[in-house]
Design a protein around this ligand. Structure first.
Ligand SMILES: Nc1ncnc2c1ncn2[C@@H]1O[C@H](COP(=O)(O)OP(=O)(O)O)[C@@H](O)[C@H]1O
Ligand SMILES: [Mg+2]
Length: 436
């Protein structure tokens, strides 16, 4: 389904607010409709309601683009919290947001480079070839080289804080979190989103990580062109390849899938262990697979720095022997705010059990020489654990907002990576255990 290009993005604060409030109202109406319908038709499921809500929320956010859509995308990655209807709808976010018109693009170019796109390049596609969350990508050519030119939707950077304020009540309701706990994490989200609107920062980080990862196998990084880039325009080599998701569906050979999986796994663990800087947005839209099965790595808009404090605590949790060392575990839990001041001894006992169970499961790929990410039992177990935790009322009280906010994007990276490797059904070896 292709949507009409948008001529204007609603940037004024009032317009954006009324859009989101409108969604809130619609969601309310959907609830009312749902429960009245249910009076007549008791077979109606909660899923139907989620479906209606997801559509309304998605339509509003995708028209607003920018940070609101980005938050929606992040929510779609978290299997544990979001009903299926939301996940599916929001997973579309990276493909279906309506595009910007050509006149608006010319205007952007004139502002940044004083010339129109067809003067800067030998050729330039008038229509976007890909639309994404805070930008859209055009295909260009210069001296026979195919280029990808990512252009940011105007007004995105300015609207982040106000957007997040607007999304907050919606997010609070979806995640069932109080304002204080939500703020704790949203501050981190906000600072990351602001970084993401600076394409020159993306250029720098992409070039740096690409450069430092040269010794690894099976990766391709685009070369970036600084003189044809600005804060809101990013020009790089075009990478020819099939979308990651298509590769997973079509590639029948175990050998090829394992090889791609291994190279991806090594790349991420290498970044965390040796660069202390990691591409923190591993979802299928950010990787292309080339003809010779190399991974084209795109989108360094979200990069997370890993502090020594983080590494020496969180990564130490992955060491197999740590699981049997209660004293060490207690120290780490204290350090990373898994325990809170107000926790009673009884709370701590319960928390220790939960953490132990979660860790034993989630760190499994680090506890053996080789791990099969295709194993559905592993993912079923994670899903089940999540379900049990969310059902248990005594845990719910304790479970709120624990862990340093630093962990948010690293966890997201792991969830994303596990998910990609699962889609690949890859068997991988542990070449870079994260602890020393
Ligand atoms: N260098 C490139 N070569 C080929 N396709 C690209 C390139 N850069 C981006 N794309 C396409 O554009 C899409 C969006 O680009 P991306 O950098 O991920 O934007 P965003 O930061 O908005 O997510 C990608 O999913 C990919 O399909
Ligand atoms: Mg992307």
């Amino acid at each position: 389904m292709k949507k009409e290009p948008q001529k204007k993005i609603p940037t004024s604060k009032v317009k954006r607010a009324s859009k989101i409030l409108g969604t809130g109202a619609k969601v309310g109406v959907n609830y009312v409709k749902h429960y009245t319908k249910k009076l007549v038709d008791p077979s109606l499921s909660k899923e139907d309601l989620h479906q209606a809500n997801a559509s309304d929320i998605y339509d509003t956010l995708s028209e607003l683009k920018g940070s609101a859509l980005k938050v929606a995308q992040m929510m779609s990655m978290d299997d544990q919290v979001l009903p299926k209807a939301y996940q599916e709808k929001f997973a579309l976010a990276q493909y279906q947001a309506p595009a910007l018109s050509y006149p608006l693009i010319i205007k952007t170019f004139k502002k940044h480079f004083d010339v129109a796109p067809n003067e800067l390049f030998d050729s330039f596609s008038k229509e976007a070839v890909h639309a994404a969350s805070i930008g859209q990508v055009h295909l260009a050519e210069k001296n026979g080289q195919k280029l990808a030119v990512k252009i940011q939707y105007p007004g995105v950077a300015d609207s982040i804080s106000s957007d997040l304020k607007l999304v907050k009540p919606l997010a609070g309701r979806l995640f069932n979190m109080n304002t204080r706990d939500l703020n704790h994490y949203l501050e981190e989200v906000e600072s990351k989103l602001i970084e993401e609107t600076d394409y020159l920062l993306e250029l720098e980080r992409g070039a740096l990580i690409g450069d430092k990862s040269q010794s690894l196998n099976g990766l391709v990084f685009p070369k970036y062109y600084k003189e044809k880039s600005s804060k809101q325009v990013l020009t790089m080599d075009w990478i020819d390849g099939v979308p990651f998701g298509d590769f997973c569906k079509s590639e029948k050979e175990d050998k090829a899938r394992n090889e791609v999986g291994q190279n991806l796994w090594d790349f991420f663990l290498f970044q965390m262990k040796h660069l202390r800087l990691v591409h923190a947005d591993p979802h299928p839209g950010n990787f292309l697979i080339t003809k010779d099965n190399k991974i084209g790595v795109l989108d360094f808009g979200c990069v997370k720095e890993i502090s020594e404090h983080f590494a020496s605590n969180y990564f130490e949790l992955l060491r197999p022997s740590t699981l049997d060392d209660q004293e060490k575990l207690n120290t780490i839990y204290q350090e990373i705010q898994f325990f809170r001041k107000e926790d009673t001894e009884e709370d701590k006992k319960k928390l220790r059990e939960i953490y132990h169970e979660s860790l034993a499961l989630l760190a499994k790929p680090f506890h053996q020489e080789q791990f099969d990410f295709g194993d559905p039992a592993f993912f079923n177990a994670i899903f089940k654990m999540g379900e049990n935790l969310s059902k248990d009322k005594s845990i719910r009280k304790l479970n709120n907002a624990r862990g340093s906010r630093d962990a948010l994007y690293v966890m997201r990276t792991f969830f994303g990576l596990y998910n990609l490797l699962h889609q690949l059904k890859a068997k991988v070896s542990l070449n870079y255990p994260l602890y020393d």
